[in-house]
Design a protein. Structure first.
Length: 388
């Protein structure tokens, strides 16, 4: 992305000169394995992408906050007062940056003048590659820089999640914000969402490429199904706690779960808990396989993950299943849905020499089955949120 063009756009929208203008990038993320375990205290394995949300920002002398997105030009400049920030439905996307200002102020950080920000995101909206968390971390780094805030990245990650949960009313776990804030080029992050202990794992794919396929079916993260699944897992946890001393489903091994699953009489709730437990263990095994250079084992665990998300957790959909089954037929080493589900993207491991054919064949199968086309991106793993 040419940042000079975005700076020119900023000047056109807000006026003034380039003096005091800062440039930032906050990436998108993809989760390689470990979905719907981040709110169950399990392990996830995401990485930051090389594209995401760009922010051009400049501090003001008065109390006015002005926000503009090149992605939503028809909404124009959205204006807020730094001393009186509230959620407003008409402000649409701008409630994400506004939420960050509010949670940081509430935590005692001094944000006492306004500022202008122009955003541009090249994360496809609604693709499940975390555009909301990306804009949150972009705003956090803008505020840290403009107001000289003494704040560590890990705290920016936590405040971003808090903002999404409390200001925007989206009940997300911490994985998205963590991957975006803490990302590292050519590494994925094995994150224990129960303790926030983490380790970077080099992604050495040699002759294999990560391909992301977008169903182009829009999905809303805040929709009822997501909160329903969280509720079912909380029910399962409460039932298991009658006998086992645990605070999260992610603390269970498969064996302990199998010995105690009879405590969950409702078959659907039991299936939800099974996914959380088994997906967590799959993630641990997948990272061991990756470290041992066994990409085929990693790929098989990805496939098993999709089957579990499809059958036990029931967060897949026809579009995702069509992409995954087409990938399995067309030589993928591993393929699975990634993210919240009900649309969004799949993540695929494909031999580099086969990528072009893979995209063509899977794309054709998807088009003829679904009636519209999927988009494909070659995933390059980048650094986390930063000033550039």
């Amino acid at each position: 992305m040419n940042m000079n063009i975005l700076v020119e756009d900023f000047i056109k929208v807000f006026g003034g000169s380039q003096e005091g203008v800062h440039r930032f990038l906050s990436p998108g993320r993809v989760n390689l394995i470990g979905d719907h375990v981040d709110y169950n205290g399990g392990f996830v394995f995401p990485c930051a992408l090389s594209f995401g949300t760009y922010a051009i920002a400049r501090k003001r002398e008065d109390a006015t906050i002005r926000l503009f997105s090149n992605n939503f030009k028809d909404l124009g400049i959205i204006v807020a007062d730094v001393f009186n920030i509230n959620y407003e439905e008409s402000h649409d996307w701008a409630n994400y940056p506004k939420g960050l200002v509010k949670v940081l102020q509430d935590a005692g950080y001094k944000i006492d003048t306004g500022f202008d920000v122009l955003f541009y995101g090249n994360i496809p909206n609604g693709a499940g590659l975390s555009s909301s968390a990306s804009i949150e971390l972009a705003t956090a780094i803008v505020l840290k820089t403009l107001f000289n805030l003494e704040i560590e990245m890990l705290d920016m990650v936590k405040f971003s999640q808090k903002s999404e949960n409390e200001f925007n009313g989206v009940n997300c776990g911490i994985m998205d914000q963590f991957a975006i804030g803490m990302g590292k080029k050519d590494h994925a992050i094995l994150l224990d969402t129960n303790t926030l202990n983490y380790q970077y794992t080099p992604i050495k794919l040699q002759d294999v490429t990560i391909v992301i396929a977008n169903t182009n079916k829009r999905r809303g993260l805040a929709e009822s199904k997501y909160n329903e699944r969280r509720g079912e897992c909380e029910t399962a946890l409460t039932l298991l706690q009658q006998k086992i001393d645990i605070t999260a489903l992610g603390m269970l091994t498969e064996e302990v779960f199998e010995e105690n699953k009879h405590l969950i009489e409702d078959e659907v709730v039991r299936k939800r808990a099974k996914h959380a437990v088994y997906e967590n263990q799959r993630t641990i095994k997948a990272v061991k396989a990756l470290n041992a250079g066994d990409l085929h084992c990693f790929g098989q665990l990805m496939n098993d993950s999709h089957i579990s998300l499809r059958d036990d957790y029931e967060v897949s959909c026809n579009e995702l299943d069509t992409l995954v089954s087409a990938a399995w037929k067309n030589g993928s080493i591993g393929s699975r849905m990634t993210g919240a589900g009900f649309g969004g993207c799949t993540v695929n491991l494909v031999k580099t020499e086969d990528v072009e054919t893979f995209i063509q064949n899977v794309g054709n199968e998807y088009q003829s089955a679904i009636g519209y086309s999927a988009d494909f991106y070659i995933a390059s793993i980048g650094d986390g949120t930063r000033e550039i």
